[in-house]
Design a protein around this ligand. Structure first.
Ligand SMILES: NC(=O)c1ccc[n+]([C@@H]2O[C@H](COP(=O)([O-])OP(=O)(O)OC[C@H]3O[C@@H](n4cnc5c(N)ncnc54)[C@H](OP(=O)(O)O)[C@@H]3O)[C@@H](O)[C@H]2O)c1
Length: 258
């Protein structure tokens, strides 16, 4: 069964990515951290896409801030093997947003938690997936990165660091895995409309889209389309970065509308 494994896909951007792959005829294995949310999302996906197999799996990245749960990753892939999911595409969407981490105040453990989820956990997922892709003759690994890998935002030092590191890892994996016909690429969204928009209407009313050349920020489907481009179309592309931010980061400074 040709399958996409999408991490962090009970809510927001991950949902759009699952829906894109399912609508293109892929079977999908997705993850979330909360069993109830995973079950609810699985039910909704199955109702919407009855012609493909969609399974949810509950997994958390870490045992504690400093320790990746390697056994949980082995268990996830054993589950995939057992169910006959041949993981052709791995979409690394889940992320610790590392909100409000201040360089002068937060303990080191907060920084390590974000790095360990966004970098080390994803590295382990890539390793397990790549071994299977090699046996299948190739595959795709796609990071959902961020334009904060290029430009920093306040109090997100751990997140920005992790997204920068992800790009280095993406290129190194692209180099090492190219000979196995595994392509490794990254989508770099700017701001995406998520449920956080409804939770912070005042902030979102005044800030992001007005500073973007295209005048609008991305929705999940924009990110999913970029992921699909790498998976289905960009056959001679690896180690590449596709920015989906309405032109936000091409500016020397944001053009503030009057
Ligand atoms: N939203 C934006 O404006 C924006 C901008 C640029 C880049 N991005 C990137 O786009 C991707 C999706 O963003 P989003 O805003 O849609 O994400 P989100 O709403 O924050 O959801 C992230 C997902 O990651 C999962 N997750 C978080 N910590 C985890 C952990 N320790 N172990 C396992 N899973 C974990 C969450 O699981 P639960 O469902 O269990 O909480 C959730 O499903 C991320 O990689 C993000 O960095 C987002």
């Amino acid at each position: 069964m040709k399958t996409a494994l999408v991490t962090g896909a009970c809510i927001n951007t991950g949902v759009a990515i699952v829906e894109k792959f399912a609508s293109e005829g892929y079977h999908v294995l997705f993850t979330g951290r909360n069993e109830e949310s995973v079950e609810k999302a699985e039910k909704a996906y199955r109702e919407r896409f009855p012609d493909v197999t969609i399974s949810g799996y509950t997994i958390d990245s870490l045992l504690d801030a400093k320790t990746v749960d390697e056994q949980a990753i082995s268990d996830l892939f054993a589950f995939a093997d057992h169910r006959g999911f041949e993981i052709d595409t791995l979409v690394l969407n889940a992320a610790d947003q590392g909100l409000g981490i201040k360089v002068l105040e937060n303990p080191l453990a907060d920084f390590m938690r974000v790095l360990n989820t966004n970098v080390t956990w994803n590295y382990c997922l890539c390793e397990h997936a790549a071994k299977r892709m090699i046996n299948q003759g190739g595959g795709n690994i796609i990071f959902i990165n961020s334009n904060t890998a290029y430009r920093a935002i306040p109090d997100r030092v751990a997140y920005s660091t992790s997204k920068g590191a992800q790009l280095g890892m993406m290129r190194a994996l692209a180099l090492d895995l190219g000979k196995y016909n595994i392509r490794v690429n990254a989508v770099l969204p700017g701001m995406i409309k998520t449920d956080r928009w409804e939770k912070n209407p005042e902030f979102y009313k005044t800030v992001p889209s007005r500073f973007t050349p295209l005048g609008e920020v991305a929705v999940g489907e924009d990110v999913a389309d970029a992921v699909w481009y790498f998976a289905a179309h960009a056959k001679n592309t690896t180690g590449a970065e596709l920015v989906v931010d309405g032109g936000n980061t091409i500016q020397l400074y944001p053009i503030i509308p009057q």
